[in-house]
Ligand binder design. Structure first.
Ligand SMILES: C[S@@+](CC[C@H](N)C(=O)[O-])C[C@H]1O[C@@H](n2cnc3c(N)ncnc32)[C@H](O)[C@@H]1O
Length: 214
């Protein structure tokens, strides 16, 4: 059953155990490829701004590295509370605990929980949410300058995996599932919200897209 705290059951998919493994990986090897690409874009001035809203932030590793790269403040929002302990420990260890605010909630249902920011990031998040249109519209509504997201490439084998995940989600009584949203639909949603696609890159399974306010 879904928990009373998170009715969609995301806290039973994105658990404290997963958070411990993600945190151990980050301590050993740093950011994975796509978040590192976002930090590189920030350092290069392709992404500009002081404040960051990291949606579906997980352990908050991207936020920590953006603060190291010059951002002043990060708000991290995630549907699952399972990451809280590890995320707080990592931020404290990095000496940025005072510049990170963490919020548990669904950006679509509770956009009022978080303030707008210069950069809104969604790394591997649209693929965990069935209504990507609503999620990206909410993200764009919070973005003063940029939305940056990573999302799986639209391939037949990822779509097959997505079908399997829908069965797994049902079996675990969660509304979580892995979804492959067509890239053109993601871009069209951001453009309808007043942004222009200014950067796209694909490496491996995931692509990264930057949309910038016109
Ligand atoms: C695959 S994890 C990615 C975590 C982190 N961004 C990373 O790249 O390691 C996806 C996360 O997005 C969160 N999420 C999905 N939809 C969300 C929404 N509408 N609002 C807030 N968080 C969401 C999930 O709870 C989960 O923690």
């Amino acid at each position: 059953m879904a928990s009373c705290c998170e009715p969609q059951g995301y806290d039973r998919v994105f658990t404290a155990g997963l958070a411990r493994r993600d945190a151990a990986r980050y301590r050993r090897r740093g950011l994975t490829r796509d978040p590192q690409h976002v930090v590189d874009l920030y350092r290069a001035g392709v992404l500009r701004g002081d404040t960051v809203l990291d949606v579906g932030a997980g352990i908050g590793d991207l936020g920590i590295e953006l603060l190291r790269a010059g951002a002043s403040h990060v708000t991290a929002v995630d549907l699952s509370a399972g990451y809280e302990h590890e995320a707080a420990a990592l931020a404290e260890q990095a000496g940025v605990g005072g510049r990170v605010r963490r919020v548990t909630g669904d950006l679509v249902a509770r956009g009022d929980l978080v303030e707008p920011a210069d950069v809104v990031a969604l790394m591997k998040v649209v693929c965990c949410y069935a209504d990507a249109g609503a999620l990206l519209t909410a993200a764009a509504g919070h973005a003063r300058r940029h939305v940056v997201l990573s999302y799986p490439r639209d391939t037949w084998w990822l779509r097959l995996f997505a079908r399997g995940s829908a069965l797994a989600g049902r079996w675990r009584h969660t509304s979580w599932r892995f979804v492959v949203h067509p890239e053109r639909e993601l871009a069209a949603t951001l453009e309808r919200a007043g942004l222009t696609i200014t950067h796209r890159a694909t490496a491996g399974v995931f692509s990264v897209m930057v949309a910038t306010r016109r």
